[in-house]
Design a protein. Structure first.
Length: 160
């Protein structure tokens, strides 16, 4: 599946693609490349759009995405693309297990964590987004809005 959605909580930069959308972040993790915001900012608007729309789900798509991205980073920035450490498991791909960090982040905001049925119903991109937004090293300001957008909590609960 090629998920190219951009979420409402990303609306501040949807039109310009000035920041890396979650759909592209998922593809970066899938193909194993670390992309900095500085590198992203050197890409043209068309480069960014192409990276958003290019498929990256099947193994051959991941290889092709990686090759195109490595070439683009070199072309636009003169940098070598940096690999990500290989994930032990892609937690967002397993709808049967809600990561502890997601549960903890929800509770820390006074929100009920997603239930098993709700977690299973989310797309891989939605699960990836909640996992990314629940990491200690990430700015978690969009976690509650994402939970609301994904129908996991009432919109009013995500404000404030």
């Amino acid at each position: 599946m090629n998920d190219t959605r951009m979420f409402a909580f990303e609306s501040d930069f949807v039109a310009s693609l000035k920041c890396i959308p979650m759909a592209v972040r998922l593809k970066l993790d899938r193909c194993g490349i670390k992309l900095t915001l500085r590198q992203w900012s050197r890409f043209t608007r068309q480069d960014r759009q192409d990276l958003l729309l290019r498929p990256c789900a099947a193994p051959q798509e991941r290889r092709a995405y990686r090759e195109a991205l490595v070439a683009l980073v070199a072309l636009r920035t003169g940098d070598d693309a940096r690999p990500l450490p290989a994930p032990v498991a892609e937690a967002w791909e397993d709808p049967r297990s809600i990561p502890t960090a997601v549960r903890a982040q929800a509770r820390s905001l006074g929100l009920a964590p997603p239930g098993d049925t709700e977690w299973v119903a989310l797309s891989a991109l939605q699960r990836f987004t909640l996992i990314k937004l629940s990491r200690d090293s990430h700015d978690n300001v969009n976690f509650a809005p994402a939970m609301a957008e994904f129908g996991l909590v009432p919109a009013a609960a995500a404000v404030g």
